[in-house]
Write a protein that binds this ligand. Structure first.
Ligand code: ADP
Ligand code: GLC
Length: 509
């Protein structure tokens, strides 16, 4: 089984959020099942710097009019996973964040940047590169890769099946219709049943519409996106594809996110030695410049500062948490208005609040280990990884009951606590009052060491390793392989009749 896993970000080469974590961990888990999985992503400068390059770049001629395109082969650092970086300096070799310029504005040519990625994948899938390797399955992720199945759908010749995973329905890659002139997608696909969405070209819609199978990252989110509240306008298309849509819960990579072997921690610990966590907390308070305040719980927020994550509501709720005796530490970046409002809050409560604006992976590990409680609220959450990591670190998560948060955290009630099943606290309403009430319950439990320990241990024992989910992806890939063979036969070709593989392109829909 050969799988080409395509993502716009892969840890540790480039990361803005959970997509990068999944794009490292799932391929690793698949490889453990003997899948020949290879990764492909853009050659952003930091990715080029960190890659363990292996061999000479492979030049590709004229991709969307660009002649300086090449595949740089290498290994993902810390693994045996082969990866190709698509080098196209004009599009990817830029300062700033992956998707935005240094001023925080989206790159004006994102449609082109990710169309080029998609065309390179389509070439590879059709065997139209100098590489001997061709995938059976293309696993594409999020809007950046959404037009891949649309490009391949036009083929009459056999092609790999495409699995498209939605990590977030809110990021859609919608661009002016004029982009059709330069993204190499047939204008015949520009209609409401194709890639058109409110007079724009939608990369995400293309993925949902044309992929052979669609997955998303938790069972609850898979059903939520069928409704207007969560579908962001694409709920109708999702409903049309409902029979091909499945929710497979993300996992946590415990090779990287487990206090027992976390190289970023001053002291390593596990559930048999939870007191090691106290050493991490003391070191963290010193690092953050917060005084040790007796037995005050340290409440952390490690998140993109955006409305999805209820950053506005957290801002409103934090003063009450501090008044109730808590300390608060934030590590995050995002909308400028939230960044400056949190910075103001820290100035108002220097003894109790630490705010660090920026992106810092080792600091995220230290924060999760040293904190007592993690705030992980969200208006919607496809899966969410920080609550999974927090549980393994004995840091009790407070989540809103939605998406993957609802699927992974068991709310502490007298019954669940008694049964040793509770792993966190959850609330429903999107309000500072509801979040504050959950925080109040958490702080009260924190004051009862036996109950708190039970909550911590249940979370630390919970197993969200990738093993089970990787198996489900594997079953999905296997279910598709015979079908792609059938497609060949149905189109008048035998599986061996490979002469025109990928050569001709006609519009089949
Ligand atoms: P999302 O992908 O929606 O942002 P997830 O919970 O799935 O949410 O994944 C977030 C990932 O990004 C986690 O690995 C988290 O530690 C990391 N992260 C978020 N913000 C920061 C930051 N400012 N510094 C370091 N890591 C961060
Ligand atoms: C997205 C989602 C998040 C999910 C991550 C990885 O960024 O917002 O919920 O955990 O992708 O799938």
């Amino acid at each position: 089984m050969r799988v080409l896993f395509v993502s716009s970000e892969v840890h540790p080469l480039a990361k803005t959020g959970g997509l990068a974590d999944v794009s490292e961990a799932l391929p690793k888990a698949l490889r453990a099942h003997d899948v020949d999985v290879r990764l492909l992503m853009p050659a952003y400068p930091q990715a080029k710097d960190r890659l363990m390059a292996q061999g000479a770049p492979i030049a590709l001629k004229n991709v969307l009019g660009f002649d300086d395109v090449a595949l740089i082969p290498g290994l993902l650092p810390g693994s045996e996973l082969p990866i190709w970086l698509i080098d196209c300096p004009l599009l990817y070799d830029r300062p700033g964040r992956l998707y935005c310029d240094p001023d925080g504005q989206e790159w004006h040519d994102n449609a082109l940047r990710y169309a080029l990625l998609s065309h390179v994948v389509a070439r590879l899938a059709r065997g139209l590169t100098p590489l001997a390797w061709r995938p059976d399955i293309v696993h594409a992720n999020d809007w950046h890769t959404g037009i891949i199945p649309a490009l391949l759908d036009a083929d009459t010749a056999p092609r790999p099946a495409v699995v498209f995973t939605i990590h977030n329905m809110a990021y859609q890659g919608n661009f002016p219709a004029a982009c059709l002139d330069f993204i190499g997608l047939s204008s015949r696909l520009y209609h409401p049943d194709g890639v058109e969405f409110h007079n724009r070209v939608s990369f995400l819609k293309a993925g949902v519409r044309y992929a052979d199978r669609i997955t998303t990252v938790s069972p609850t989110y898979a059903s939520e996106i069928l409704s207007p509240d969560f579908g962001h306008g694409l709920e109708g298309v999702a409903r049309q594809r409902q029979n091909d849509l499945v929710g497979i819960l993300n996992g946590a990579d415990y090779g990287l996110w487990d206090p027992v072997n976390d190289r970023h921690l001053i002291e390593r610990y596990d559930r048999h030695y939870i007191s090691g966590k106290k050493i991490c907390k003391a070191a963290l308070l010193t690092e953050l410049g917060l005084p040790a305040m007796g037995n005050a719980p340290l409440i952390a927020f490690n998140s993109r500062l955006v409305e999805q994550k209820m950053a506005d509501v957290v801002l409103e709720a934090v003063p009450a948490m501090v008044a109730a005796g808590g300390q608060f530490a934030l590590l995050g970046e995002g909308d400028r208005r939230f960044e400056s409002a949190f910075a103001d809050l820290a100035r108002r409560y220097p003894e109790s609040i630490s705010v660090r604006i920026g992106y810092d992976e080792p600091a995220a590990h230290r924060l999760l280990a040293g904190a007592d409680i993690l705030l992980a609220p969200a208006r919607f959450e496809p899966c969410g990884l920080t609550q999974l990591y927090a549980m393994r670190y004995g840091t009790v998560p407070i989540v809103r009951r939605t998406g993957g948060l609802a699927d992974t955290v068991v709310d502490a009630t007298p019954e669940t606590l008694h049964a040793g099943a509770a792993t966190g606290l959850s609330f429903h309403d999107i309000s500072a009052a509801a979040l504050g009430e959950a925080a109040r319950r958490a702080i009260e439990l924190f004051g009862q060491p036996l109950l708190w320990r039970r909550l911590q241990v249940a979370g630390m024992q919970a197993d969200f390793s990738w093993e089970r989910s990787a198996r489900r992806y594997l079953d999905l890939y296997r279910s598709l392989r015979p079908e792609s063979q059938l497609r060949r036969v149905a189109r008048g070709r035998t599986p061996d009749d490979d002469d025109s593989y990928g050569g001709r392109v006609v519009n089949s829909r």
